[in-house]
Design a protein around this ligand. Structure first.
Ligand code: MN
Length: 237
C-alpha cells in the first residue's frame, strides 16, 4: 500500500512529484523524458538533481525547458562553477577560458541575468515530509544538519578519498528519513536502495551526458523512468 500523502497544488488536482537526474546540457533528452512521462504543467511538479547546464550540447535549451515547466532544482557543483564564471564575465574580469566553458557562457548570454539570479537562488537541499533532495549527498555521520556546503555538492565516497572508486556515502547512511534523492555520481550510475520493498534512497545520475541514459523517479508511483542518451559514449567521471 502507498503511504505517501499525495500533494495537492493548483487547486485540488492530485499531482505527481517527478525527480530528474543530472541533465548536463542534454536538452533533447530532457524533452524526450517529459514526453515519455506525459508531463502536464497543471498536474506535475519536476525537481532536478542539479548540474543542469554544463558539459552537454544545449545549455540554453535546458534553461528554456526549466522556465517552461517551472522546474525546481538543488545546487550542483557544476552550477556553482558556472555561476562563478558567469559573474566573472559580467564583471568584465574574464581571462582565458577553456573552450568548453566559453561555449557554454556564450550559449547562455541571451538569458544571463535571469539565469544568474536563478542559480544564485538555488538551495543546497529541498526537504519535505516525503523526501530530501540533494545534488551529491549528505554526510552519513553528521546527517543533514552537519553536512558542509562542499559535501552537499561533491560528496561521493565514504570515508572520503580521492577518485571515484570506493564505498559511497550512502553505504554508511542509516535510513532515518523517508527518501533521499540525489545525483552527481555518474560513475556509480542509477542507485535504488529499498527497505521492506520501499525505496529510501534513489541516485538518479545515470550518465546521460556520457552516452548512457537520463533517469527520472516518480514519487507517488515509486517508479523509475529512463530515456536513452543521444550523446556519444564516454567514460563517466
Ligand atoms: Mn555533480
Amino acid at each position: 500500500m502507498f503511504e505517501y500523502h499525495l500533494r495537492t497544488f493548483d487547486g485540488d488536482i492530485m499531482g505527481r512529484t517527478i525527480f530528474i537526474g543530472d541533465v548536463h546540457g542534454c536538452a533533447e533528452e530532457f524533452r524526450h523524458m517529459l514526453d515519455k512521462l506525459k508531463f502536464e504543467r497543471s498536474n506535475d511538479l519536476v525537481f532536478l538533481t542539479g548540474d543542469a547546464f554544463t558539459k552537454g550540447p544545449d545549455a540554453l535549451g535546458v534553461w528554456k525547458i526549466i522556465r517552461e515547466i517551472d522546474a525546481k532544482m538543488v545546487m550542483g557543483n557544476h552550477d556553482v562553477a558556472l555561476l562563478e564564471r558567469l559573474r566573472v564575465r559580467l564583471n568584465g574580469k574574464e581571462k582565458k577560458l577553456k573552450k568548453e566553458h566559453k561555449r557554454i557562457l556564450d550559449d547562455v548570454m541571451p538569458v544571463v541575468d535571469d539565469l544568474v539570479a536563478w542559480i544564485e537562488g538555488l538551495p543546497l537541499y529541498i526537504e519535505t515530509q516525503d523526501f530530501l533532495l540533494v545534488h551529491a549527498g549528505i554526510n552519513p555521520e553528521k546527517e543533514l544538519g552537519g553536512t558542509s556546503q562542499d559535501e552537499f555538492v561533491t560528496i561521493r565516497t565514504w570515508p572520503p578519498k580521492k577518485g571515484v572508486e570506493g564505498d559511497r556515502w550512502h553505504d554508511a547512511y542509516q535510513p532515518i528519513r523517508p527518501l533521499v534523492i540525489f545525483g552527481h555520481d555518474a560513475p556509480n550510475g542509477l542507485v535504488i536502495k529499498k527497505q521492506k520493498k520501499v525505496p529510501y534512497l534513489v541516485g538518479l545520475d545515470s550518465g546521460c551526458v556520457y552516452g548512457n541514459a537520463l533517469s527520472a523517479y516518480i514519487l507517488e508511483e515509486r517508479l523509475i523512468v529512463q530515456v536513452a542518451s543521444l550523446q556519444p559514449k564516454q567514460f563517466a567521471n
